[in-house]
Write a protein that binds this ligand. Sequence first.
Ligand code: NIG
Ligand code: FE
Length: 423
Amino acid sequence: MKKAKADLIVRNAAEIVTCAGGTEHPRRGREMADIGLIRDGAVAARDGVILAVGRTDDVLEQVEIGEDTKVIEAKGRVVLPGLVDPHTHVIFAGSREHELEMRLNGMSYLEILARGGGILDTVRATREAGLEELIAAAGKYLAEMLVQGTTTAEAKSGYGLSTEEEVKMLEAVRELNRLQPVELVPTFLGAHAIPAEYRENPEGYVDLVVEEMLPVIARQGLAEFCDVFCEEGVFSVEQTRRILVRARELGLKLKVHADEMASLGGAELASELGATSADHLMAVSEKGIYDLARADTVAVLLPATTFCLMGQKYAPARRMIEQGVAVALASDFNPGSSPVNSLQVVMGIACRQLKMKPAEVITAVTINAAHAIGRAAEVGSLEAGKRADMVIFDAPNHLYLMYRFGTNLAETVIKNGQVVIGG
Ligand code: NIG
Ligand code: FE
């Protein structure tokens, strides 16, 4: 039989963490610790697609290597699927470092927002910025993410809060998909806050989202997902339901910023509506956990946010995993509650504060994260037929990644079979 010719091979890796076998359904409960580890492994690819994964000897038997094959020696290194960040607010202008002192002086995140700061500060800056400026700012953050191993990320709107400005943010996402290697999955988050001009008429803003913004976004194909910040003093469960039901009718998939500070029933709503993910969940109820365990909804946990908000209570990750919930992790990168865009940092916090085991953490930033943004058929694991997105870490084994938290260990990053960092 004629062997397939590889144009890329990564070989002799101390460990290949494949995360294989979870493409159909996200891994839940105990399955999350199954990361498909191969020692002395190799991955071969052609035209950006994986041809073979296995022990180096086996892979070398299966594929042909020519003079033009790019060969990467990964001796003493760990190879993971390209990391997937399923919850970011990477498109924004300005920054909010002044909030750090406000928080140290005892002011809460929601108090800052209620006084017209927080998200609304970033809305002012984002409205003032032109499309090019937004693209340049996000491009810089995405480059930082890529260097640290993120090859796919979700990107939300939500700092425009008018039809025109929300469209501008999603156009920035579309442009960035042409301009740089991190693949972005666009989410419409028009219901992120009530803008100042609707302060006295919040229901009028919900009408605007439902009657004007959603149809425009859907018609222009600018977003795959619709998300709502369902929170006390922001959008109620009933307003969230109204927005998400309309979004679903228009063909968008659903996400919810759920039960972050208050236990409002966001997880229950996300499960009931068949949302792809319910995110945050620091204050999720026992019923919410029960519902998530029985739904296809992935719980996306954001421990860097809890850390940055100096919260005492992290999401109950262990309880969720024990109850059979599919858990993913994300950075929540944004200018307020999480100026952290490194998934490696999130992984380190997840072990220490969410008490997730290293193997569970890896599942949560690869295949389960891919499920959380509807990309599991393409990315999130190293398996024949999937995209050749991978990261070679300067780490002797996968445990080391979470142990040495705080230093960027990504040495080589490969997107669609192309070496985009290192090499
Ligand atoms: O996911 N919680 C709401 N939204 C973002 C924060 C956005 C901001 O503070 O700018 C979050 O934490
Ligand atoms: Fe968020």
